[in-house]
Design a protein around this ligand. Structure first.
Ligand SMILES: Cc1ncc(COP(=O)(O)O)c(C=O)c1O
Length: 431
């Protein structure tokens, strides 16, 4: 038996306090439900921050991991690796046809940094410097030096001196219609067109890549206007800028498509991935075109644990499982049910400013009042806290900290979704 108090005390003593934790010790999980050390059950509406898209511990994936673990746990990058190669083949099958070659690492931040590194090399092989990089205000791309520089939110950087200070990075406006002074569609998608000005006024006109989350996650589940990605990619093409879709959070069925970028008619040059790829096993990676991939030469990059056979075997089984079990379709269906329920509440309750999202990547922005749209951040945390007490785990986030995040495993049932909606209704009415 695990004593939750003892674990929390030990963690305080022995673990670096990098993150404020909720007073909950999770010891077990099955499908969309986790159990704490006292046996209490919770509907996990955050999926371990969008990780266990297939649900907690599906038997097929557990078996895939166990079998590979008994066969070969580690294979160094010096030798040919069966699970990593088969996973790369599978990734090429489920991403746009132009994307062919993958590289695997251990996390989202490493995936982003690896992807940027290859765009720099590609620019150099083209006779350019590739000095510039463009990311979005309000974005999140990880917490290592370069990925944190790309992240467009000071709250993650403050207190670290020059750690997040990679040269050449500039930020373009966040496509956040709810807080935009212009109104859609009269705005003519000004946020997308501004990218042209950013290139002209804030770079040396030699930009290696632009990285964009198709649906912005940590920034508050922000869905850009429909025309956004197409327009921005067009601008990038005109300036020979590689378009990276950072799907670390939105990939693997989360939005009701295998990749969120499929909601729009564009083909990125690189997709970065992590979280939902390994169903809980630590793995990240990127997939790109043959042309970009082949700009790396032997010795240019390496990762000791990258392409870990156990993580790759589970990731392959996970992709099969998401498809066979119809979980991507379920994300669309249950996402629709939740969005419908939330939209009805939005019409009744003033403190719900906006409900937005795609599939099971849903954000509820809480505000103090309709006119000022002043963020109700404390209230969002309070609703999340009380929902947890009632057996539902939701996330909080957003550039203003006032967005509740509903991102459950894609296997969540209609009954569970109804329970989540009912508990949310009680709590939002209480505040
Ligand atoms: C879009 C996006 N990119 C990158 C990352 C970084 O991933 P990791 O925490 O695995 O380094 C995240 C994490 O939330 C993310 O949402």
């Amino acid at each position: 038996m695990v004593d939750p108090k003892e674990i929390m005390e030990k963690e305080k003593e022995y673990y670096v306090p990098a993150y404020a934790k909720k007073p909950l010790v999770i010891v077990e999980g099955k499908d969309a439900v986790v159990k704490d050390a006292d046996g209490k059950e919770y509907i996990d509406c955050l999926s371990g921050i969008a990780v266990v898209n297939a649900g907690h511990c599906p038997e097929k994936l557990v078996r895939a991991g166990q079998e590979q673990m008994a066969k070969l746990i580690h294979c160094s990058g010096l030798y040919h690796n069966v699970p990593a190669t088969l996973l790369a083949e599978k990734i090429a099958e489920i991403t746009p046809a132009s994307l062919k070659k993958s590289f695997f690492v251990n996390s989202g931040a490493e995936a982003v940094e690896g992807a940027i590194k290859i765009t720099k090399k590609y620019a150099v092989t083209q006779g350019r410097t590739g000095a510039g990089l463009i990311a979005l205000e309000g974005s999140f791309h990880g917490r290592l030096g370069l990925s944190l520089t790309l992240t467009g939110q000071a709250k993650y950087k403050k207190g670290f001196g020059t750690f997040a200070n990679f040269p050449g990075v500039v930020h373009a406006p966040m496509p956040y219609c709810y807080h935009c002074p212009l109104s859609y569609p009269d705005c003519d998608i000004d946020c997308a067109r501004k990218v042209e000005d950013i290139i002209k006024y804030h770079t040396s006109a030699d930009v290696a890549a632009m990285i964009v989350e198709p649906v912005m996650g940590e920034g508050g589940i922000v869905v850009p206007p429909d025309e956004y990605h197409e327009l921005v990619q067009q601008i990038c093409k005109e300036h020979d800028i590689i378009y990276i879709a950072d799907e670390v959070q939105s990939g693997f069925g989360r939005t009701g498509r295998m990749f969120a970028i499929e909601h729009w008619d564009i083909k990125p040059d690189i997709i970065t991935m992590a979280k939902g790829l390994g169903a809980g096993m630590p793995i990240g990676g990127y997939v790109t075109t043959k042309e970009i991939a082949d700009s790396l030469q032997s010795g240019d990059h390496f990762s000791t644990f990258g392409g870990n056979p156990v993580s790759c075997a589970v990731a392959s089984a996970n992709i099969d499982y998401l498809q066979e079990a119809g979980l991507v379709l379920n994300a669309e269906k249950i996402g629709f049910q939740i969005m419908k329920g939330l939209s009805e509440l939005e019409n009744q309750i003033n403190s719900i400013g906006e409900v937005r999202g795609k599939g099971l990547m849903i954000g509820i922005e809480l505000i103090k009042d309709d006119k000022t749209k002043k963020p109700a951040s404390d209230e969002a945390s309070d609703v999340a806290k009380h929902m947890m007490e009632k057996g539902v785990l939701v996330g909080t986030g957003g550039v203003k900290g006032n967005v509740l995040r509903i991102q459950p495993p894609l296997c969540i049932t209609s009954e569970q979704a109804t329970r989540v909606l009912n508990i949310f209704e009680e709590e939002v009415k209480r505040i």
